[in-house]
Design a binder for this molecule. Structure first.
Ligand SMILES: [Fe+2]
Length: 228
């Protein structure tokens, strides 16, 4: 159903998305390499979390969540003690669950005290999770996932980086047929940089053109899915 990088296996997808963001930011070869390596290794510490907790469907008990919260530091520690990777790579496993409002873990860092690489991997990781089927829920389209990221950028994710990412993955969606949350169907006319999940649309009923619609003016309507 999905196209482009969304076909990649989930193991590589968040890494692909991370490098995509770094590339949009003009990172050089060495920075992109650090980002790629760090994002591939970001959840290494999960290997030390009991599998019954890690794979438990549904809500975790507080003590189980406390176990999960250990994985960033465990991953960092394994790499620090057993590899020669530099700190810029190690910061990714360590900080990828930090959130800008300070409600992340393990260090409860805030805002710009979180390393940009970790901010990027958080975005890529969340997007990758939302667009992949899980035991407890079905995947959502990249437009719906984009709306989640925008919402999360109010408290957890970096707003600017979320925008850079969403524009990079949605700007080529021009001429794509989409289904709106109100049941209407339309074709994307243009994607704008400021609101990449809210393009201008031509609304159709069957083959008949009905009207133009700028989704930035209809905050209650969103793109549910698109025809591939
Ligand atoms: Fe993680």
């Amino acid at each position: 159903m999905e196209n482009g990088p969304v076909y990649l296996s989930s193991f590589y997808r968040h890494s692909f998305f991370s490098v995509l963001i770094g590339n949009e930011l003009g990172y050089n070869e060495s920075q992109l390499k650090d980002l790629a390596l760090g994002s591939l290794l970001h959840d290494l510490g999960k290997g030390l979390i009991p599998s019954d907790i890690l794979n438990k469907p549904g809500r975790l008990a507080p003590h189980e969540f406390d176990e999960i919260k250990k994985h960033p530091y465990l991953g960092y520690k394994i790499l620090k003690e057993n590899s020669s990777f530099n700190e810029k790579i190690l910061v990714i496993p360590l900080q990828h669950h930090e959130r800008k409002d300070g409600n992340g873990y393990p260090l409860m860092l805030k805002g710009d005290s979180i390393h940009p690489y970790a901010k990027i991997v958080s975005i890529a990781d969340m997007f990758s999770a939302l667009t992949t089927d899980r035991v407890y829920r079905n995947k959502v389209s990249k437009f719906v996932a984009g709306e989640y990221l925008i919402d999360a950028s109010n408290y957890a994710l970096d707003k600017y980086l979320v925008n850079v990412f969403l524009y990079a993955i949605l700007r080529d969606m021009k001429d794509t047929w989409v289904i709106l949350s109100n049941g209407e169907m339309g074709k994307i006319i243009s994607v704008n940089y400021k609101h990449p999940t809210r393009p201008k649309l031509a609304i159709y009923k069957g083959n008949e053109f009905i009207s133009l619609k700028d989704l930035t003016k209809y905050p209650q309507i969103f793109i549910k899915d698109y025809l591939k």
